[in-house]
Write a protein that binds this ligand. Structure first.
Ligand SMILES: [Zn+2]
Length: 142
């Protein structure tokens, strides 16, 4: 019953451990990449830079598309459809890949397409690539 309370206590203990810097440094082994929860609390910790985590694609396209496309519906594995925001669409003609961020509108009058979520957001919000990337990191980054 008190599992949640226990969890909270152990994460608090983790924070307390960080407060003892010298003792911790020696045992700083490479954090396994299979620990996604780890990064969520790192706001701007100075020590975090040394770790150089894999920053290939920090944004999860699935999260962004689900947020921006209200009628998003996953059909095949990894692929979802929604009404295209780039033209007046009544039936879902926009196909997106929830893993890579690739998107393509199948309407012949539109045909909007791109290879990643940054391009999509840039197009949607009228932002430059770098701006769109920053927007994504601000709103959807971990
Ligand atoms: Zn379209």
């Amino acid at each position: 019953m008190n599992k949640n309370a226990d969890r909270q206590r152990s994460s608090t203990a983790g924070v307390a451990r960080e407060a003892a810097p010298d003792r911790d440094q020696g045992r700083y082994k490479a954090t396994s990449s299979a620990a996604p929860a780890y990064g969520s609390a790192s706001g701007g910790r100075p020590g975090a830079r040394h770790q150089a985590p894999r920053r290939h694609e920090p944004i999860d396209p699935r999260v962004v598309y689900a947020d921006l496309l209200e009628d998003l519906e996953e059909r095949n594995q990894g692929f979802a459809w929604a009404c295209c925001p780039f033209h007046d669409d009544r039936r879902p003609s926009l196909c997106v890949n929830l893993e890579s961020g690739w998107y393509k509108c199948h309407s012949s009058s539109c045909g909007e397409t791109g290879s990643n979520i940054v391009g999509f957001v840039g197009r949607l919000l009228g932002l430059e690539y770098a701006e769109a990337r920053r927007h994504l990191e601000t709103h959807y980054g971990s």
